[in-house]
Write a protein that binds this ligand. Sequence first.
Ligand SMILES: Cc1ncc(COP(=O)(O)O)c(C=O)c1O
Length: 399
Amino acid sequence: MPESNRIRLASRLSRVSPSKTFAVAALASELRARGVDVIDFGPGEPDFGTPLAIRVAAKRAIDAGYTRYTNVPGCDELRDAIVRKYADKYGLALTKRNVVAGTGGKQELFNVAFCILDPGDEVVIPAPYWVSFPDQVVLAGGEPVFVQTTIEDRFRPTAALIESGFSSRTRAVILNSPCNPSGAVVQEAELRKIVELCASRGALLIYDETYEFFVYDGQRHASVMSWFDEYPSSMVAIGSLSKSFAMTGWRLGYAVGHPDLIAAMSNLQSHSTSNPSSISQMAGVAALQGDPADVRTMYEAYVERRKWLVPALNEIPGLECAVPDGAFYVFPRVKSLFGKRGIRDSQDVATYLLEAAAVAVVPGSAFGQDDYVRLSYATSLESIKEGVRRMREAIEALG
Ligand SMILES: Cc1ncc(COP(=O)(O)O)c(C=O)c1O
């Protein structure tokens, strides 16, 4: 191609790659288009529809003409609803100045990185991590520093592990609990230590609680916001309506934190997307104030699927699966398959399962741990059972 026909991209783009979770989804849909019946454990999105009351609120917003720009950080009703949520859960007396709503939790995470990182600043990220954390840090000019959690510890990060990633250039830590992909939940006492570590070392703890409602076995979701009054400049919480209320397509998330950080994020957002969709915001108010029974129904389905899935995976020779504390993912170790029929890594395992069993999983390399694959159980129990049967057959055929 002649040089004049090439697009010259900024060098920062050369350090990031498209989200690998979307890549597997694309491959699976390609197979489906060819008529293959694919069991898809790939998607990180609920298989439920958005609850009726939320959809009704959105339709009402349209009919009432609520279709114009709102304040950049979100309308008063939505931010008030978020303030109330944190008041009810953690006894906090926040104001709207502590809250910015945006086009998904993903955008707010991106905005935090852009607002706090200078070139060369380091961000400690426990692995396995959600795919976008490191790329967002890199796009913002920072350097991700990974610390590895282990299956033996059920992937739960500790303050000591996080501290081992600290240097004089550490500016932030990104913690995600419940974790995508491992399902690990940081325990309250440990979280307190991590908050204290960040506060004492001048690092911002970016706490992604996207999966906060999905915590199992009688455990409780712990939030950094429990200690916000003590350490307001050491933390920011990121929330999303995508998973809790099956609203992935509505694109609504938020950040809660120090007013100065929130003001900077709103400023940045005013030059990129402005406010999140006005209609989604009204739907979000209905979600946050709605009947908890809707979330409960989804929760119970995940409980049932997880109860069946984890032992079933552990029965497949060569797979090892820790019991995940939360979210809707399992992260089995598949290392024992390496070396069989030319399989070298988790990408090869995913490709083999897709080709031999028409089962889509996401390679662990996307999340910074190559010995594993991720399966989402946000799909029907019937599909889960069929998918595991096929996986078992394909893996046994490897010998
Ligand atoms: C850990 C985690 N954080 C944030 C997000 C972003 O969610 P959204 O942008 O849909 O609010 C996701 C979505 O998959 C996620 O898994």
